[in-house]
Ligand binder design. Sequence first.
Ligand code: FE2
Length: 156
Amino acid sequence: MTQTALTLTKNASTAIVEALNQCVAETAVTTMLAQNFHWNVTGMAFGPLHELFQTIYEDHFTAQDDLAERIKALDGHAEGTLAGMLDRSKVSEHEGEASDKEMIEAMMKAQQTLAATLAGCGEIAAEHGDALTEDLCIARGQEHEKFAWFLRAHLR
Ligand SMILES: [Fe+2]
């Protein structure tokens, strides 16, 4: 049966909030990763890659807010510290120099990780009948797989 914020049990909303915080953390870390690459990319494809990384961080900046505000709609606590996000994120920051190809590969992997995390969160929401969170996660997962394709197309 479909549930809403008002009808979810405490255990259900706690599980969904935990999964959403994982999504927020990885989206935020990937936002910074994309901005890092936007600033530091070099090579003959500088222009389009500089723009693509900007498209990604702008998308992710909006998405992390949407995901965190879904947590608030469920009356949970949205993890709001960089340290806490880095601690739980399966996406890592990139330190130091990287070639354009290394950046594309790292960002493609980040997008694939995010797609899996969002799909998993959607599954948890679905198990508890939370169609509204599930819908948000499905939409976000689709965006991450689209970006993964954009990046993969550079490597063929
Ligand atoms: Fe810029």
